[in-house]
Design a binder for this molecule. Sequence first.
Ligand code: NAP
Length: 244
Amino acid sequence: MFKDKVVLITGSSQGIGKTIALKFAAQGAKIALNDIQPQEENLKQLKEKIGGEGSEYFLADVSKYEDVEKMAEEIKNKFGQLDILINNAGICQDKTLANMTKEQWQRVIDIDLTGVFNCAKVCLPLIIQSQGKIISMSSLIGQRGNFGQTNYAAAKAGIIGFTKSLSKEVGPLGVNVNAIAPGFIETKLTEVIPEELKAMIKKFTSLRRFGKPEEVADLILFLASDKANFITGAVINIDGGMSI
Ligand code: NAP
């Protein structure tokens, strides 16, 4: 489905990003993998798993504009184009506001929100050239808030406003901009949730379970495909019914 398309997936050494990369690769896309330096070994292994000339990895901290500029330049040199940007990189640093440091606030905003700005801003000329697609990972938490997550919720809510605004700017140029809002998905981000709390979360989820990275990746691939050409400015929930 994605033959001759080049996809950049930020934070793709593990978790949902890695699953997205593998699914795109299976559909014939060329993959630009990205993560921060400590994840280099994981990126290398993923590149080997994808195999052939179909992928390359680029170390860049999405919160640093110069890193992202360098990455976009390297992607252009390697693949000559960029069709799809998946803003997936994200972190949590949970604390109640009373206990949150300035640094914890800033780090989450820098990576989860400014990272999306940096990648979209720098990659936009290439995406416009290919009339491509930008998809960002928001979160159910950005829509509903959560105890101990003012920083994360603010960043993820920011992505929603960013997505809707950018979709209006670049829609006339043939570029689709969307976000998805996952509920609780089985990755290392949610592994740390105490079992008691996990049971409570499942109780408030119609499907009574956490989602799988594969299920999120399937939605991303749909939004990135030609089947979603008339969808833009949307925020699609994938949360097992938790948002109802
Ligand atoms: P994950 O397994 O922690 O993967 C995120 C990746 O991003 C990690 O490899 C992380 O590296 C990397 N990263 C961190 N800072 C970065 C930076 N500055 N530049 C580039 N990469 C960076 O998380 P996930 O659960 O797959 O989540 C993926 C996305 O979905 C995130 O945006 C998350 O907020 C969102 N999301 C997840 C859930 C969920 O339930 N899992 C729900 C809603 C939304 P390190 O591990 O070294 O930090």
